[in-house]
Design a binder for this molecule. Structure first.
Ligand code: FES
Length: 223
């Protein structure tokens, strides 16, 4: 995806997302406090209308608009689809070791797979580049204002909603929308948690065996 397209897509989705949240929140407010006795029934009706419109808008955004922009629908990736390393026998070249900055998840495409290479000095790990919560890229989008987070305490953090995964084994050690993440990210955390009320969890993520040969990074893939 080009930088310009990523910026346009993020702007459209951001605006759409805020409008959707506004519809849902207004609908809930009207349902909870519909007004005085004379206007109660019309307040409730408008509240239901806004709530339904917001839910339809959110559904369309996530299942129709996002795929049209080249994004995966924001569905969770289940841990039961994880393939064990013993079955990763096809070694693919990911690039030269110097191409991978230290401490940041860097995405490469190997065959049809999106793989994040995480380098920590001489130590390398590889995992699915898409977060298991809503399939957004752990390394963010090129040129996007949301930047990839540096690896801390052996974990990579999804920059979108804050899920954390151990780089060595893919274990999900923090769920999306954790209170400390929300406190520091009012839009990506607190606001978006309202939009993602139907999908709040992150399961363990697929990892891949990785090795270095002649300064070249090789990743083991399934056949
Ligand atoms: S997409 Fe990663 S935490 Fe939501």
């Amino acid at each position: 995806m080009s930088v310009a397209l990523a910026i346009v897509g993020a702007s459209v989705l951001g605006t759409w997302g805020i409008a959707t949240i506004a519809l849902i929140v207004s609908g809930i407010v009207l349902l909870v406090a519909p007004g005085d006795a004379e206007t109660t029934s019309s307040g409730v009706a408008v509240g239901i209308f806004l709530l339904v419109a917001g839910l339809i808008s959110g559904g369309l955004m996530q299942v129709v608009a996002m795929p049209l922009m080249g994004l995966d629908p924001p569905l969770p990736i289940k841990a039961k689809s994880i393939i064990p390393h013993e079955k990763m026998k096809e070694w693919a070249r990911a690039g030269a070791l110097r191409d991978f900055p230290d401490g940041i998840a860097t995405e490469v495409r190997l065959r049809s797979l999106r793989v994040a290479i995480v380098r920590q000095g001489e130590e390398l790990h590889a995992m699915n580049a898409l977060c298991t919560h809503a399939r957004l890229p752990l390394g963010s989008f090129p040129g996007a204002p949301i930047k990839p987070e540096p690896v801390r305490d052996g974990c990579v953090m999804c920059p979108f909603h804050g899920a954390r995964f151990e780089v060595s084994n893919g274990k999900a050690v923090r769920q999306p929308f954790a209170s400390e993440f929300n406190a520091n990210h009012p839009f990506l955390g607190t606001l978006q948690s309202k939009l993602f009320f139907w999908n709040m969890g992150a399961e363990d993520i697929q990892t891949y065996p990785v090795r270095v040969e002649n300064d070249e990074v090789l990743v083991g893939l399934p056949r």
